[in-house]
Design a protein around this ligand. Structure first.
Ligand code: GLN
Length: 447
């Protein structure tokens, strides 16, 4: 049996299909020959489930979508400071092939357009690397992100190299300011090969999901990047990924994204999923027309806007509080992040605890993040300082490190079999059912 998700994606795809606006890119001659009707859409969750519809097996060159991934690789290899020395992280609001350099230091400001991207590429595999080794490092890294061996499209490469005057001029300029060391031709050849790597929408969705997943490919489970590198890369994409349409994109769609001139478009929601589309006709900003349309619809229908305030934070972390003799049990549930921990501590410190023992039962908690852990432990430590006996109940070890700020450990209690946090709730439900049955019986007897 199939889940409804592919059907849902198909609906989005079918709605976009009739739109023939835009033009295929023609400044790279071979791209002008692309079939403009091609249309594909894929989604990969951070749990590694991949769904795809339409032309999901068709390969096309990755082009500018390689930029965020090579940027991430440079951050991973050299660290933020070294990368920041040669390229900024500002949205330039300019076209992809604009020569946009900082006024004083001549550093390219935006790593998501060509000047910044070529500079980033030059960092890979060390400044002394030859073209071939650098390209291979990039190709093999992108392959790991996709979970399969990707290849360079020779025809696309040759075609772009034939008319690479603009990129060559950018490279000459960068070299004249000492931003890159390689010969301009070599820098452009390296960058152009990176852009000519072939992918499918499925590859792109998995690559995006790897960033969303903090650097572990959710399908192959290989750890490829540090979480903070992914965070920074997605942050830069969110402000600078969509060329001169970046501001409107963030407002309307709200998904960090990157597009390429071959018609690919990819985006992700941190911690949730990666999405990718393929449709070759582009709008004036160089973004895929139907790709933009499908992303907009996905964002609206599925509530995927990054700034959406819907429901995500509305979960009640305290399930119940039960007093049993000298013990007060606080039953916590769900995922404990800053927000949830704040609610719990607010409640704990607001409570008229008298001299009760405070026992926090986290057996219904499925995850505690770093901040949630820190806050819970510090809250408990303060309660102990105020004279309460404290303990946690954690049968599944969701809170691994129990050491508090003063070096002591949070005491652990066994789960109390006798207590049932849901007893009252169930009683309430039973009463309601009984009342409903009674009135139903009454109704049928009067009829
Ligand atoms: N290889 C292309 C270029 O540098 C990539 C541009 C793009 O995808 N926007 O011109």
């Amino acid at each position: 049996m199939q889940t409804p998700i592919p059907f849902y994606l198909k609906e989005i795809l079918d709605q976009a299909k009739p739109n023939t606006d835009g033009e295929v890119a023609d400044y790279i001659p071979v791209l002008a020959k692309a079939d403009p009707e091609r249309l594909g859409l894929a989604l990969c969750t951070t749990t590694g489930h991949v769904y795809s519809v339409g032309d999901d097996e068709v390969e096309f060159s990755i082009q500018s979508i390689s930029k965020p991934f090579v940027y991430a690789l440079a951050l991973q290899e050299l660290g933020v400071e070294a990368v920041k020395k040669v390229v900024g992280m500002e949205p330039s609001g300019e076209a992809f092939n604009e020569l946009s350099l900082g006024e004083e230091d001549h550093r390219p400001v935006n790593p998501m357009i060509n000047a910044g991207a070529m500079t980033t590429t030059q960092l890979i595999n060390g400044v002394d690397s030859g073209v071939e080794e650098r390209v291979e490092r990039i190709r093999s890294f992108l392959s790991k992100l996709a979970g399969r061996e990707l290849q360079i499209d020779q025809e696309v490469l040759d075609s772009e190299m034939e008319g690479a005057d603009r990129n060559l001029s950018l490279a000459h300029m960068l070299r004249s300011y000492g931003i890159i060391e390689d010969e301009a031709h070599d820098a452009v050849l390296t960058y152009t090969q990176q852009c000519a790597i072939n992918v499918t929408v499925k590859d792109l969705a998995i690559m995006a999901a790897t960033l969303a997943n903090g650097g572990t490919n959710p399908v192959t489970e290989e750890k490829l990047l540090d979480a903070d590198v992914c965070q920074l890369t997605m942050a830069v994409m969110s402000s600078a990924g969509m060329y001169d349409g970046a501001g409107r994109w963030m407002a309307n769609v709200g998904i960090p994204a990157k597009s390429g001139v071959a018609g690919g478009l990819l985006g992700m929601l941190p911690g949730q999923l990666g999405i990718a589309s393929f449709s070759p006709r582009l709008n004036e900003e160089g973004n895929s027309v139907r790709g933009v349309e499908m992303f907009r619809r996905l964002s609206q229908d599925m509530g995927l806007h990054l700034m959406s305030t819907e429901e995500r934070y509305g979960i009640q972390p305290i399930r119940n509080v039960i007093h049993e003799g000298a013990d007060s049990y606080f039953y916590i549930q769900g995922r404990i992040n800053f927000n949830a921990a704040e609610t719990i501590l607010h409640e704990l410190f607001d409570y008229d605890l008298k001299d009760q023992n405070v026992i926090v039962d986290i057996s219904r908690v499925n995850a505690v993040n770093r901040m949630g852990r820190r806050m819970l432990k510090e809250g408990l430590r303060r309660l102990r300082e105020a004279g309460h006996e404290i303990a946690i109940v954690d049968p599944d070890n969701v809170m691994p490190n129990l050491e508090m700020r003063d070096g002591t450990m949070v005491p652990v209690r066994e789960q109390e079999g006798a207590l049932d946090p849901d007893e009252e709730l169930r009683d309430e439900a039973a009463t309601l059912t009984a009342l409903a049955e009674e009135s139903a019986a009454e109704e049928s007897s009067t009829n």
